[in-house]
Design a protein around this ligand. Structure first.
Ligand code: PLP
Length: 451
């Protein structure tokens, strides 16, 4: 380790346990300390500039340094820095935001519940699904089906929904009543010669088989991200969601859209559910709702779910769930301003306009000897590296080469994220075509240095 004693880096090593970090590697190499940001760029403590190719963690929609969000937070802090929403208390920013979200949401959503993170929101969803079925007198209809490689968070219930080994291993997860069905990744999981359409039908068929095997009366809900993010940016076949939705309807199974990454323009429409014509019964949003300037998440539920929950709350005398900061006034005020800016600046139209520059630009790397698949939609994408292009075989161990490329990209001034050997891209939605060109240039350079 070359960090000076008592430097911020040395203190970070001494005092911090970092999320999603190999702690022993961190002890040796120390942190990258980011000091400030502007637009799509961030700068480290040495003044080095990086394009934030991941918008932080898939979240800084409006980029860094958006003064209007700072002003909205400051003004709300001066007016009412905190109030809660327990026991029938409320305040204007959260009321206005709920109205706005219900107005924007796909399908027929009826009520909004606030939490602080995607994980808390998905934990809330699990509890709501169980509570709702108890309210309907269906104590056995409790299992929730998620997908292998789905990502829904890290709390006990949401990590159980997540379908990734690192979130289960040695944490004694998943909890029971959570099942995982197949991941709709055509590139790796299709049979030889199987079309996307046939593959989508087979995925929906596998879901139906699981439901029948378990007993439809035991399955309460199906949860999925319209486009899987943290599992490696997996874009489903066009007809996948329609087929999945039909299976859910057939067996009276709630459909939950986890829009934590897709929500608010990422896929080129306001929600991933709009892109894939999903009509969820429950929807979860977070991240881009405030451009991550404040922590906030929301669970939207349709009227059927609400009525069940409301009846049960009356029977028990309270809905026994909520967080100290549920609907925090500063977070909801920032969200309102963020959504206002998205609309005024027509950010979703901007995404539609610039997305081809990113998607086509990345596809130019498809011929590179290391690249197996380039995939994506809107302003989210992944480049997957493979050991053998023809056999589509993975590196051993998985993630070694991906991590090397991630690290090389960082040295070249581009922050990405490697999910195994897939390099994920999810830049701020405000990124310009010129900035996309610079991002592609830095990535190309890193890729050439990796091979
Ligand atoms: N759901 C999805 C789709 C996510 O991508 C994430 C985080 O990346 C979460 C839930 C969990 O959100 P948080 O990290 O805010 O708990």
């Amino acid at each position: 380790m070359s960090t000076r004693p008592n430097s911020p880096a040395a203190k970070d090593i001494a005092y911090s346990l970092h999320p999603y970090t190999n702690a022993r590697r961190h002890e040796e190499t120390g942190p990258l300390i980011i000091e400030r940001g502007k637009g799509v760029h961030v700068y480290d403590d040495q003044g080095k500039d990086y394009i934030e190719g991941m918008g932080g963690l898939w979240c800084v929609a409006l980029g860094f340094g958006e003064e209007r969000l700072v002003k909205a937070a400051t003004e709300q802090m001066q007016r009412l820095p905190y109030y809660h929403s327990f026991a029938q208390k409320s305040h204007e920013p959260s009321i206005e935001l709920s109205e706005r979200l219900l107005d924007m949401a796909p399908g027929d959503m009826s009520k909004v519940f606030y939490a602080n993170s995607g994980s808390e929101a998905n934990d809330t969803v699990v509890k709501l699904v169980w509570y709702y079925n108890n309210a309907l007198g269906r104590p056995n209809k409790k299992k929730i089906i998620s997908r292998i490689k789905g990502y829904h968070g890290v709390t006990v219930a949401s990590a159980s929904l997540t379908g990734l080994p690192t979130n289960h291993r040695d944490f004694d997860l998943p909890i029971d009543r959570i099942l995982h069905t197949a991941c709709p990744h055509h590139y790796h999981n299709a049979f030889p010669g199987e079309s996307e359409e046939e593959f989508a039908s087979r995925m929906a068929g596998q879901l139906e088989e699981m439901i029948l095997r378990e007993g439809p009366d035991t399955i309460a809900a199906f949860i999925g991200e319209p486009v899987m993010g943290a599992g490696g940016v997996i874009v489903p076949p066009k007809t996948y969601w329609d087929k999945i939705q039909r299976v859910c309807r057939k067996y009276d199974i709630l459909l939950i859209a986890d829009e934590v990454i897709c929500g608010f323009g990422r896929t080129g429409e306001m929600f991933g559910s709009d892109t894939y014509a999903i009509e969820p019964d429950i929807m979860v949003v977070s991240k881009q709702i405030t451009s991550a300037y404040m922590p906030l998440s929301a669970v939207l539920i349709n009227d059927a779910v609400y009525q069940g929950v409301a009846d049960n709350s009356a029977k028990i005398s309270t809905f026994g769930h909520g967080f100290t900061a549920s609907g925090h006034p500063v977070a909801t005020a920032v969200a309102l301003e963020n959504l206002k800016i998205l609309e005024e600046r027509k950010i979703v139209d901007h995404v539609t306009k610039v997305a081809p520059r990113l998607q086509n630009g990345l596809r130019q790397f498809a011929d590179h000897p290391l690249v197996g698949e380039v995939r994506g939609v809107g302003l989210v994408a992944a480049v997957e590296l493979v050991a053998d292009k023809d056999k589509r075989s993975l590196f051993d161990p998985v993630g070694r080469v991906g991590f090397h490329l991630y690290d090389t990209a960082q040295k070249n001034g581009l922050i990405l994220r490697n999910v195994g050997d897939s390099l994920a891209f999810c830049p701020p939605l405000i990124i310009s075509e010129e900035e996309i060109d610079t991002l592609l240039e830095r990535f190309g350079q890193a890729l050439d240095e990796t091979y």
